[in-house]
Design a protein. Structure first.
Length: 205
């Protein structure tokens, strides 16, 4: 998994509450077990009309938000079914960070396992960041998300601090998913298997 330390990118405002996983990636696109190729279908019903043409008013169909890596969203983001394809599709689109007042628990956990930083902030702070992302002189400007220092710097230079569980922070900084975490104990696992093979050889016949 790619490390996350400092991210400088355009932030897209999506001030909708209760964006569920079917809105993030509709069920008809869940036929693959690959993590790639899902980005084109992220937020499908909002991005495309019935003919498959882009809806020009949707934020991710506009410049420079087509290239956003930060999403500023509403409360209860990622609710609904537990499909891991939701963070897969966001990551494949290019998002590495979602900032919202609250997240559904399963989506929150799945996101960190797929290299996406989820930041929880009070609604008033979200409103300020969304306004800077989407209007005035700061619209489309780059935000900086600094995981090492737990800080978000808006295009106008204003800094917002955030908190995060230490284990999740450490895993993102080091680029560790569940497999990577397990492989940190590879020597101990190998030692156990070798000892068990000597002491209980019948288990390996």
């Amino acid at each position: 998994m790619e490390q996350f330390k400092v991210l400088k990118a355009v932030a897209a405002p999506l001030p909708l509450v209760n964006v569920d996983t079917d809105m993030i990636i509709p069920a008809r696109f869940l036929k693959t077990i690959k993590r790639t190729g899902l980005g084109k279908s992220a937020f499908y019903a909002m991005r495309y009309d019935d003919s498959g043409a882009e809806r020009p008013d949707f934020v991710l169909n506009k410049e420079p938000y087509r290239h956003s890596k930060i999403l500023i969203a509403g409360a209860n983001f990622g609710c609904g079914s537990s499909r891991e394809h939701a963070p897969w599709s966001l990551a494949d689109f290019g998002f590495r960070c979602v900032i919202a007042p609250s997240f559904a628990d399963i989506f929150y956990g799945n996101s960190f396992k797929n290299g996406i930083l989820c930041i929880t902030l009070p609604q008033d702070e979200i409103d300020k960041l969304a306004a800077k992302a989407g209007s005035g002189n700061t619209a489309g400007g780059e935000f900086t998300v600094d995981l090492e220092n737990l800080a978000i710097t808006a295009p106008d230079g204003a800094v917002t601090s955030f908190s995060l569980d230490g284990t999740k922070r450490n895993n993102l900084l080091k680029g560790l998913d569940d497999i990577g975490i397990t492989l940190q104990s590879a020597a101990k696992i190998t030692g156990f298997e070798e000892r068990q093979r000597r002491e209980q050889p019948w288990l390996y016949t």
